[in-house]
Write a protein that binds this ligand. Structure first.
Ligand code: 5GP
Ligand code: ZN
Length: 118
């Protein structure tokens, strides 16, 4: 996908601070962190939103979750925990149209997000 910022990161055209990579998944630090640890976990396959996941893509979701377990262990946040956020569509405020999970950690989290907290 030519205009996709995350595809450019996957291709190395935009630099990123990688924290995990395998054949299907890439994880890198968010450029504008919302927590002491803020990692974005993405599939290397370009899929714009969670609503566009096809049944044949569901194995990617499993791979993302497996990679998140590994990343949490590598970053030492597996015990204290983390928050996982996936925005989908306009009401969520999704800005980058390439599926991604925000992995937030390193601090005690506040209340869950709601309509007036953005
Ligand atoms: P969204 O609002 O789409 O769920 O989140 C997109 C996230 O991507 C934002 O938290 C934003 O800071 C991050 N982001 C956007 N462009 C870049 C970039 O070029 N590099 C990195 N590392 N993160 C980015
Ligand atoms: Zn993309």
């Amino acid at each position: 996908m030519e205009d996709c910022v995350f595809c450019k990161i996957i291709d190395g055209k935009i630099p990123s601070e990688k924290v995990y990579e395998d054949d299907d998944i890439l994880a890198f630090k968010d450029i504008n962190p919302a927590a002491p640890i803020h990692v974005l976990v993405i599939p290397k396959k370009h899929i714009a939103t969670l609503m566009e996941l096809k049944s044949e893509d569901m194995n990617i979701v499993s791979k993302i979750m497996e990679s998140i377990q590994k990343i949490a262990q590598n970053l030492g946040i597996d015990k204290n925990g983390f928050r996982l956020i996936a925005n989908c569509g306009p009401d969520s405020g999704q800005e980058v149209m390439h599926i991604h999970f925000h992995l937030l950690a390193g601090t005690k989290m506040g209340p869950k997000l709601c309509h007036n907290s953005r």
